[in-house]
Design a protein around this ligand. Sequence first.
Ligand code: MLT
Length: 256
Amino acid sequence: MERCLVKSISLAYTRTGEGHPLLMLHGYPLDHSIWAPVVPLLQNSFELILPDLRGFGESDAPSEAYSLGDMAADLAGLLDHLEIERAALAGHSMGGYVALAFARLYPHRISGLALVASHPYADPPDRQEARLVTARAVAQQGVAVVADSMPEKLTTDLSLQRDLRNLALRQPPAGMIGALKAMAARSDSMDLLRGFDLPLVVVQGARDSIIPIQFGRDVQAALPAAQVVELANVGHMPMMEAPQETADALLRLLQQ
Ligand code: MLT
């Protein structure tokens, strides 16, 4: 992977393909490699930039607290480093929350937004509390607490579950803890999306047990211009479970 220093954080990223820049943001507790199945399907249409978000993969994992806005600022620094003024953003789950924070902070730098198994709503109090409980468990017992329990919620595909468990086991505890606290503290982004006049794509797995399908339907009802794509027989990992359909949906970001 290539590296870039943004403030004091070293970020790892890969860059491939040609076309309009598309920043692809992975979810929790994973890294850029989840996008591998869609890269060959998109690299003739986009310049793909796949960072490991701070706390994950080969990027630094700071131990002090940070927000999704800080994670978005890392990406603005990465775009500066690459001399890219504007990019489309595709965010998977937590990556979608980071993309929304980016859209709020840097509206002039975004050309379109795709939420992949993600949504614009804030956490209700019980979900916030559950995240903080998990953060304490990771601090005390390590990342296996999450790696052992989460894959079965991500997909019903047993082989993918094994791969995702191994990927989660490789993530640093500080990254999981930082992301859990940042996700718990995020605000609702529906106000932002109501004013969003760029391409907005939402990709949802009908069998996603983490992000209810109803969330996508609610977004569609509130924002008729949104392009909501529901994928049958797909869980929380559309880019791995249905790469072609996911790539086709992301190509809609190029439509004006
Ligand atoms: C993710 O897949 O990034 C997380 O599960 C999102 C969440 O917990 O809200």
